[in-house]
Write a protein that binds this ligand. Structure first.
Ligand code: NAP
Ligand code: MG
Length: 405
């Protein structure tokens, strides 16, 4: 069989530890035999970030702007222990943070659902994708402790000389204060990323905030979403048969729990932090969560939501057998290849991505799975395998699927 050809390179960002091992094995066993992979390779593994003084991360992000689609392996975000372990000259910033700052994107996280690993919420049948606004609010707030009685004020001094001033509180005793902000530009870019992703994946978009209480702050979010929707997206949503829906955040939470899934839930920064962990846990497993960064200009970066699985890597280094789940990393590749196929008009590449995803899910549903899933799965005849055996089984299913169509 001829391998599928690509026309535009995919930006490939390699990473660290166990996921770096999986990365190579996925390429060798599940991709290269079927696709003439065309990638522009960036090694974001910590040793090379150190060697380039983290320039490689910046270069990888700029390449994503050039080509439009990237796939990224999990990477170490250095802390003090890592500085020692890798002899780093500096505690390099989180690569994801650096890339996000350059692409200005929104991160969408969605679970991969398989039979046998049932969501804790029994009526959830389809994935719920969380879109978290990644700028401002309490994450960029300033705080202050008032030691005793006094008056707190919030002042804005415009460059044009105008001034606005409100009293926050007249303290009768000690207390605490916080001021936070967001910008129209950031909220608008978040809204557009959400609308674009909804169109892209043909799913409804839900957004919740607390505009009844926060009549200026949260109301601004609501208004900007509404304005952008009406002016730029309503017609396209109607054509695609999807809807945009705003409600109060508490109402949205109740509806999410009662829903059967299958939509995108746009969250303000803090809500997204809390709710993405809630949704991920309720769907079953972190190892089955995908993540895609979409920039307002339409650049895509696909990755798994989990980290480098450090504990498994140390076991691997000792020669022990590891049963690390490669599915989310495989889906990062399939997401990127499908998008490349869509942009370049290569239907075989899109179909290959679909079949590889299906082969991965079929493998688990047939009872062959890694340990993390075996611990959760309710299937009766399940077999726990190591990552190599698991990928060999996926390959077998993939080859059968490719042969039969
Ligand atoms: P982690 O890599 O997500 O793993 C935490 C635990 O979750 C693992 O020990 C394992 O549990 C389980 N797990 C996660 N993914 C799995 C998989 N694919 N298959 C099987 N089990 C899986 O988080 P971490 O160990 O706290 O972080 C390790 C490194 O990853 C850190 O240096 C952190 O900076 C980095 N990180 C990177 C990203 C990213 O690049 N996007 C995201 C998060 C963290 P058991 O040990 O119980 O088997
Ligand atoms: Mg969190």
């Amino acid at each position: 069989m001829d391998r599928i050809r690509m026309t535009t390179p995919l930006v490939e960002m390699d990473g660290d530890e166990m996921t770096r091992i999986l990365w190579k094995h996925i390429k060798d066993e599940l991709l290269e035999p079927f696709v003439e992979l065309k990638t522009e390779y960036y090694d974001l593994g910590l040793p090379y970030r150190e060697a380039t003084k983290d320039q490689v991360t910046v270069d990888a992000a700029l390449a994503t702007k050039k080509y439009g689609v990237a796939v990224k392996c999990a990477t170490i975000t250095p802390n003090r222990a890592r500085v020692e372990e890798y002899g780093l000259s500096e505690m390099w910033k989180s690569p994801n943070g650096t890339i996000r700052a350059i692409l200005d994107g929104t991160v969408f996280r969605a679970p991969i659902i398989v039979k046998g690993v049932e969501p804790y919420v029994k009526n959830w049948k389809k994935p719920i994708t969380i879109a978290r606004h990644a700028y401002g609010d309490v994450y960029k707030s300033v705080e202050l402790v008032a030691e005793g009685p006094g008056k707190a004020e919030l002042i804005f001094r415009g460059e044009d000389g105008t001034e606005k001033n409100v009293t926050v509180h007249e303290f009768g005793g000690a207390g605490i204060l916080q001021a936070m902000h967001n910008t129209d530009a950031s909220v608008a870019s978040f809204a557009r990323a959400c609308f674009n992703y909804a169109l892209d994946t043909k799913q409804d978009l839900w957004f919740g905030a607390k505009d009844t209480i926060s009549k200026k702050y949260d109301h601004r979010f609501k208004d900007l979403f509404e304005e952008i929707y009406e002016q730029e997206y309503r017609a396209r949503f109607e054509e695609a048969g999807i809807t945009y829906f705003y409600s109060l955040i508490d109402d949205i939470v109740a509806r999410v729990i009662r829903s059967e899934g299958g939509f995108i839930w746009a969250c303000k920064n803090y809500d997204g932090d809390v709710m993405s962990d809630m949704v991920a846990t309720a769907f079953g497993s972190l190892s089955m969560m995908t993540s895609v960064l979409l920039s307002p200009e339409g650049y895509y970066e696909y990755e798994a939501a989990h980290g480098t699985v450090q504990r498994h890597y140390y076991a691997y280094l000792k020669g022990q057998e590891t049963s690390t789940n490669p599915i989310a990393t495989i889906f990062a590749w399939t997401g990127a290849l499908r998008k490349r196929g869509e942009l370049d008009g290569i239907p075989e590449l899109m179909r290959f991505a679909d079949l590889l995803e299906k082969a991965s899910i079929d493998t688990v549903e047939s009872g062959v799975m890694t340990k993390d899933l075996a611990l959760l799965s309710t299937l009766e005849n399940k077999k726990t395998v190591n990552y190599k055996e698991f990928m060999a089984e996926i390959r077998k299913n993939l080859e059968e699927a490719l042969a039969s169509c």
